[in-house]
Design a protein. Structure first.
Length: 436
């Protein structure tokens, strides 16, 4: 029933399939009357549904009359190893339902290992026309994901998407491609076909598996990429244009957003720095590939704590809220001379990958150079908040609870303030007080 109401298949018909919002409206009406979609086959139910949901009765009748066309379409999809599921199926991604609610797509087409529908991992996104530095960066991060058994989630488009997906597969990892077009065509490409057979690649799309590219559909699937992952990384983004920018901004505005990281080294495009202004987290200049996921979680938590403190900064410190240049977060580093041979090989020169093929190849990674530090550092920004809380002696534990930050980070800031002579350490048990 859902396929007939929402699916695009067979020869064109005058009746346009229901959109996500229209289908959601109809489902709410059915649930409110403890009915199922199959009840719409009853003429009196269909009449009432049409009247109360403002969906033309003739349109729904036409859609529900496509049973024969649906049968041929399903048979064709199965012959091409394409499966389809609806939002009511138990295998439908729980992440989509929890994060998107009514905006989760009614139908999902796919090819590959269905167990990967549980999602997780890192979404790597970026421009279709990224430079070599961006592609090399994406490839290196994708390899780290594979080493840590984290899925790489991306959109399957040429450029950053395909480079990161290919690198993950070559490194023995798993990849989830959330496509906006040509699911069937992509599933036939050599590397994809092998990976699907090995159970390391899942391709999914909310659109007909043979639909061509459409800007609107590309924008619509962006939220699915973020919904499928635990973290996201924007490698290269234009400023205020393109799908990468739109998708990242959409996610950053969500109340229940995932941590969105952004590349800030090696001459990134302007859009990257602008995303930091909107709340994205600068990707660490160097990061230990061991405990990779834990490091990302720590970086995200630190940024949340810093953002919380910055919100409390007095209006006499406006610079702290308006800093325009990103800083990178301190995380444990791997000394260059201790990196594994595998990582060194990943920096070897070889021919860049073709934009139109799924296969990827290593591109030399230029020495990463951080952007200039902000005129006002995070420490300088939060110091007034800390000092205002130390009119009387306070222990580290009490101050951490009051400011809602981790003791580890707070102790670093307190030590720096003590060294600068702005805070006093007092007696036993140890307490802190601002210097008058």
């Amino acid at each position: 029933m859902i396929l007939m109401l929402c699916g695009v298949f067979g020869r064109e018909t005058p009746e346009k399939p229901l959109s996500v919002s229209e289908y959601t409206r109809l489902v709410r009406w059915l649930i409110g009357r403890k009915m199922r979609p199959s009840d719409l086959l009853k003429s009196e139910v269909l009449k009432d549904a049409s009247s109360e949901t403002r969906l033309p009765k003739q349109r729904m009748e036409g859609l529900l009359a496509r049973g024969a066309q649906l049968g041929f379409a399903v048979e064709d999809w199965q012959s091409k190893n394409i499966w389809v599921m609806s939002r009511s199926d138990h295998e439908y991604p729980t992440r989509f339902k929890k994060k998107l609610g009514d905006q989760a797509p009614p139908l999902l087409f796919g090819s590959g290992e269905r167990t990967l529908l549980q999602g997780g991992g890192l979404a790597i996104v970026g421009s279709r026309n990224a430079d070599e530095n961006g592609e090399a960066f994406a490839r290196e991060v994708a390899r780290m994901c594979s080493y840590n058994r984290m899925p790489v989630v991306s959109g399957g488009a040429r450029g950053i998407d395909r480079v990161s997906m290919s690198a993950a597969l070559e490194a023995g990892g798993v990849t989830i491609g959330v496509l906006c077009d040509n699911l069937f065509k992509l599933s036939l490409e050599k590397q994809a076909r092998i990976a699907i057979g090995e159970g390391s690649l899942l391709l999914i799309s909310p659109y007909n598996p043979e639909t061509g590219f459409n800007v609107g559909m590309a924008m619509g699937r962006n939220k699915l990429i973020y919904a499928m992952a635990d973290f996201a990384l924007v490698v290269s983004s234009d400023y205020e244009k393109g799908g990468t920018w739109a998708g990242a901004v959409e996610e950053l505005k969500r109340e229940r957003r995932i941590p969105v990281f952004v590349r800030v080294s090696n001459n990134p495009p302007e859009g990257n720095a602008r995303l930091v202004d909107l709340g994205a987290i600068p990707w660490p200049i160097e990061i230990d590939r061991s405990d990779f996921k834990q490091h990302l979680s720590a970086a995200a938590s630190l940024r949340e704590e810093e953002s919380s403190l910055i919100e409390r900064i007095p209006e006499t410190q406006p610079q702290a809220k308006k800093s325009k240049k990103p800083t990178t977060l301190p995380l444990p580093l791997i000394p260059t001379d201790q990196r594994t041979e595998t990582e060194k090989e990943g920096r070897a020169n070889c021919e860049p990958s073709s934009d139109e093929s799924f296969a990827g190849a290593s591109i030399p990674v230029a020495q990463e150079t951080p952007l200039q530090e902000t005129p006002l550092t995070i420490y300088q920004a939060v110091l007034p908040v800390i000092l205002s809380s130390l009119e009387f002696p306070v222990s580290l534990d009490d101050l951490a609870r009051k400011l809602e930050v981790s003791k580890t980070q707070l102790s670093k800031w307190l030590k720096k303030a003590v060294d600068e002579g702005k805070i006093l350490k007092l007696g036993r048990p140890l307490k802190y007080r601002r210097k008058e």
